[in-house]
Design a protein around this ligand. Structure first.
Ligand SMILES: *Cc1c(COP(=O)(O)O)cnc(C)c1O
Length: 456
């Protein structure tokens, strides 16, 4: 096997380490985020061969160079086959404009892609080292359920999920609270950013070091690598030889979009990434003006999983363009904004436009979107409109749908009159008992709770 790929911290004050070490650690000790020292390349001829492959085989070829020397091929294949056993529809909307539905996993969210592979990889390495981990994760909706579901019942991992009580739907909450076993859930009277802040503080707390805390949020590099794969998949299945693709990504913490940008840096022929946010418009403003201003607090929108003021992966994105941003959001070194503008385009979509887009997509094309996917689709339509003259009519474009419409039944019914049928994974959940604790938005209370539940 080859020498393992090395990962450095975006704060530049920690040593480099391999994928599996970065995976188990989560955040770097200097509070930075791990990024690869160099990005593995996949030649275009190899990408062309993906056309004949099923998803798990593509996933194997795309993730293998990231894990080189760290896992035998047959074990990686087994983990991937076990993670991806559901369909990934590419729905044609008009001409060569598609929606990729990433919502067919066990929690009906795109986060299943990352959580399932990450959980299995973590379990694999922990078993080999005879260790345990306690995963802390803050969620604005779907991370918690995807991670809880992916890690539920694993032998060597305990999970604590913190979520903002009023910002998730009943169904999203029940997907986390009805599990039990090694999954503990905490409701906070706070915002997502507050939950995230408690988690980050716990990671940095020396008194908790013997818990072996780690993160399953998209600050963990193990979340990003599996999210590179579906960009290759869409391109392989839809492209004509030699052409470039445009992706639109509904974005909150920018983990999904980072997967895409890494795919491009690995050699995927991408013409543009459209980064579509809801009213949390920190990044669109930055890309447009070149002046960075942190957005605090976050704004509440109907695409609740994207109610993020300051995206936690922004430090990674800036690092890819030569910048340095610390964990507080302070820029120590500017990134190449011109290059960023060549590759990325960003837009903020209001709730009003999100709702209108759901309605028009249904009426015009019988395309059923939920609020997050609607932000992505609205972003794509806006881009096409503003760049009509530069783009050929047959430009290939793919917008990502990140959750199943049945997770937002009230909103969808109000707008379209349709009651989206529940996917199998969500059936029966409404009647199950819930297990959860309440705590105040206060670090001392959080720490006391942790110590009462787990032995140091
Ligand atoms: C988490 C989430 C997003 C945002 O993804 P990021 O990686 O945080 O940008 C979008 N849509 C849904 C449904 C999500 O759960």
């Amino acid at each position: 096997m080859n020498k393992p790929l090395q990962f450095y911290s975006t704060n530049l004050k920690a040593g480099t380490l391999s994928f599996h070490e970065a995976l188990l650690q989560g955040q770097a000790p200097d509070k930075g985020l791990y990024m690869p020292v160099s990005i593995p390349l996949i030649p275009i001829e190899a990408i062309r061969e993906f056309r004949q492959m099923e998803y798990p085989e593509i996933a194997y070829h795309v993730t293998k160079p990231w894990l080189a020397g760290e896992i035998p091929d047959k074990d990686l294949k087994a983990i991937i086959n076990d993670s991806y056993d559901y369909e990934i529809p590419l729905e044609q909307v008009f001409e060569r404009k598609y929606v990729m539905r990433l919502d067919r996993g066990p929690t009906a969210s795109f986060k299943d892609f990352a959580a399932r592979m990450m959980g299995r990889l973590m379990q694999y390495y922990l078993k080999a080292e005879n260790r345990r981990l306690l995963i802390l994760t803050a969620t604005s909706g779907d991370t918690g359920s995807a991670v809880a579901n992916a890690f539920y019942g694993l032998d060597d991992i305990d999970i604590v999920v913190l979520f903002p009580r009023d910002e998730v739907t009943d169904r999203q909450r029940k997907q986390m609270t009805t599990l039990g076993k090694n999954v503990k859930v905490l409701a906070l009277d706070a915002k997502f950013d507050d939950c995230q802040a408690l988690v980050k503080r716990a990671f940095a707390d020396p008194e908790l070091a013997s818990f072996h805390l780690s993160s399953a949020n998209s600050i963990n590099i193990g979340r990003l690598v599996p999210q590179i794969v579906y960009y290759f998949y869409a391109y392989a299945k839809l492209s004509r030889p030699g052409e470039q693709i445009i992706f639109s990504v509904p974005s909150g913490n920018f983990g999904d979009m980072m997967g895409g940008v890494l795919a491009m840096k690995m050699g995927l022929p991408v013409r543009k990434f459209i980064i579509a946010t809801n009213e949390n418009d920190e990044f669109p403003n930055y890309l447009f003006s070149g002046t960075y201003e942190k957005l605090e607090p976050s704004r509440n929108c109907i695409s609740s999983a994207m109610n993020v003021g300051h995206p936690s992966n922004l430090a990674r994105l800036l690092a890819l363009y030569g910048g340095v941003m610390d964990e507080k959001g302070i820029i120590h070194h500017a990134s190449d904004i011109e290059q960023m503008r060549k590759e990325l385009w960003a837009v903020s979509i209001t709730d009003e436009e999100t709702r209108r887009t759901i309605k028009e997509a249904w009426n015009t094309w019988k395309l059923l979107l939920e609020p997050h996917g609607s932000v992505g689709w609205a972003g794509l339509l806006r881009y096409l409109q503003e760049h009509e003259k530069q783009l050929a009519g047959d430009q290939l474009c793919v917008s990502l749908e990140t959750a199943h419409p049945a997770k937002f039944p009230e909103e969808i019914q109000k707008i379209t009159g349709i009651n989206p049928p529940l996917p199998k994974s969500l059936q029966g959940i409404d009647a199950k008992p819930e297990y959860l604790d309440d705590i105040k938005n206060n670090y001392a209370d959080f720490k006391t709770w942790l110590k009462s539940k787990f032995k140091l």
